[in-house]
Structure formats: structure tokens, C-alpha cells
Design a protein around this ligand. Structure first.
Ligand code: CP
Length: 306
């Protein structure tokens, strides 16, 4: 459990949120999505800074869309042209932003518990984790659960197979915790070289065919080649053959089961291209829901909690 220090609006990882708090975020996301509740531009004149020290398309741009819908003034900090490149510490960077009147910093970086450490200090702004190394990606887990809840009506009892590069996946780590909090039944699967014994203490591991055959939802994970220190599988063709979601495997899944993937995908590796756009794929709905969930997370940060 994260101790959030003096700033209740921090969102560092999913396990700091209770089931009730996640449900409140879903309700707020619903309000934004359905056009009810407060109008947009409600936070005009307030400032958010986006600090992305690792690549991102979905998270960075859906935060930016969310920020624009809320009427926030947006600052983008570029690592290479900022004083971070001259060695300025992350703490000093955040304190500088707070002095300039920034209310929220949305941060993606390579991990190591830095955000948790920062959140214990008095920064004068709220932090939102936009994906931290292999550690956590709370807004991704929220949007995934939100998407599943919309489709199935509830999360309790839902069997969700999370498949692939579990060892390097912040998405798996945050999703398992969020799904468990809702009483869902996450299971893990993938190559032996990509298993994570620690995560398996809270979500069982099943062989791939068994995991997808019994699941209500199958969440395929990207093979994160950039985080591999060594070769963890023999070839792309071998990965697809043993662990890829193909049309043949979709036909062995339960007829109501849906497909998720946080993106970006390696088409033809962990998922075949035709399944990305398949009628049973929720992948583009996940992306769209990211905007509403991130509006709710930003609102929580600006209000110091919902
Ligand atoms: N799902 C996700 O975090 O994608 P990006 O890396 O493109 O933000």
C-alpha cells in the first residue's frame, strides 16, 4: 500500500485505491462519457505537466485529450531539452514545476520505485503514474476493468486470462490487483521464461490452452523486447505457434469471451492482425475508454480525491 504523504490526489499504483474508490472513478468516467455531470473546461486556468521519459502513444495522447477536454493548460517536458539532460534530479524538477503553479504531473519513466519515493515528500503537486517500468500502470488497469465492466455488467467472478510477457508487464501487475479487488478471477499464462513467481502468488498460472479455453476475457500482452536482457524465446514464429492468439485459438475460446490488449501490439506475434479488429475484440474500446478514465483520474488529482 502506497503512503501518499501530504497529497491525497496522487495515483501511484492501483493497490492504493479501494474497490469503492475505483467504482467512484468509473462513475465519474461514465459521467464524462455520457455527457452528464460537469461540463468540460471545468479546470480552465489550471496547469498539468506531462513528463514522459519512456515512449508512449496511447497513454500520452489520451492523457492529453483528457486534459484538453477538462480545459487544463498543458506543459510538455522534453527530457532531452530540459535540465534533466543536465542532471537535474526528478525531485528538483517536480518542485520547480510546483513553484510555477503546476497542479498535476503525469509521469512515465523506467521505474525503480521513484514515483512512490517522490509521493512520500511534500511536492506541492499531485503525481499520476502513466506507466512505470515493469512496476505498475494504474490508469491502464482502470480502463481495462472499466471496459470489462461495461461489457459484462460486473467484474465479480469474471475469469480473465492475462497471457504473454508477464515478467516485464506493468499492465499485468496492476490488472491482477485491480481484478482481485473486484472479486474477478485473473489467471496468468505464457512462456516459462516470462513467468513471474511473485505475481503468481496472487493469480494462478495455467497452461495457455487451458487458460484461454476457460476465460471470459483474454488479455494478450506485448512481448517487450526492449526490456529483455537475454533471448526469452527462440523465434517470432515459435512464439506465435505456442503463445499467439490466432483465429484457431479464438474458436476454442468460450463463445462469449472477448479479446483485450493494452497496445501497442506485435501483430503476428502475440496476436494475429485479424483478431485486433475482430468483432470480439475490445481493443479499440479500451483506447477510447482511456480518455474518460484519465479525465476521472485527473479530476481526482485536482480535487485531492473524489
Ligand atoms: N498501453 C500503453 O501504455 O500504451 P503506450 O505505451 O502507447 O502508452
Amino acid at each position: 500500500m502506497i503512503q501518499t504523504g501530504t497529497q491525497p490526489g496522487h495515483l501511484i499504483d492501483i493497490d492504493q485505491l479501494s474497490k469503492r474508490e475505483m467504482e467512484e472513478l468509473f462513475q465519474q468516467a461514465d459521467a464524462w462519457k455520457n455527457g452528464h455531470g460537469m461540463g468540460t473546461n471545468v479546470y480552465a486556468g489550471r496547469f498539468v505537466a506531462n513528463l514522459f521519459f519512456e515512449p508512449s502513444t496511447r497513454t500520452r495522447l489520451s492523457f492529453e485529450v483528457a486534459e484538453r477536454k477538462l480545459g487544463l493548460e498543458i506543459l510538455q517536458l522534453d527530457e532531452m531539452t530540459s535540465s534533466v539532460a543536465k542532471g537535474e534530479s526528478f525531485y528538483d524538477t517536480l518542485r520547480t514545476l510546483a513553484s510555477l503553479g503546476v497542479h498535476v504531473a503525469v509521469v512515465r519513466h523506467s521505474g525503480g520505485g521513484l514515483l512512490e519515493k517522490m509521493a512520500r515528500q511534500s511536492l506541492g503537486l499531485a503525481l499520476i503514474n502513466a506507466g512505470e517500468g515493469s512496476g505498475g500502470h494504474p490508469t491502464q488497469a482502470l480502463l481495462d476493468c472499466y471496459t470489462l465492466r461495461h461489457h459484462f455488467g460486473q467484474l465479480s467472478g469474471l475469469r480473465v486470462a492475462i497471457v504473454g510477457d508477464i515478467l516485464h508487464s506493468r499492465v499485468a501487475r496492476s490488472n491482477v490487483r485491480a481484478l482481485n479487488a473486484f472479486g474477478a478471477r485473473p489467471v496468468l499464462s505464457g512462456p516459462a521464461s516470462m513467468r513471474d513467481p511473485e505475481l503468481e502468488s496472487i493469480a494462478p498460472y495455467l497452461p495457455f490452452e487451458e487458460a484461454i479455453r476457460e476465460a471470459d476475457a483474454v488479455m494478450m500482452l506485448r512481448v517487450q523486447l526492449e526490456r529483455h536482457q537475454e533471448t526469452l524465446f527462440s523465434s517470432v514464429a515459435a512464439y506465435r505457434k505456442h503463445y499467439g492468439l490466432t483465429l484457431e485459438r479464438l474458436e476454442r475460446m468460450r463463445s462469449h469471451a472477448v479479446i483485450l490488449h493494452p497496445g501497442p501490439f506485435n501483430r503476428g506475434v502475440e496476436i494475429d492482425g485479424e483478431l485486433v479488429e475482430h468483432p470480439r475484440s475490445k481493443i479499440f474500446e479500451q483506447k477510447a475508454n482511456g480518455v474518460w478514465i484519465r479525465m476521472a483520474a485527473l479530476q481526482r488529482a485536482l480535487e485531492g480525491g473524489l
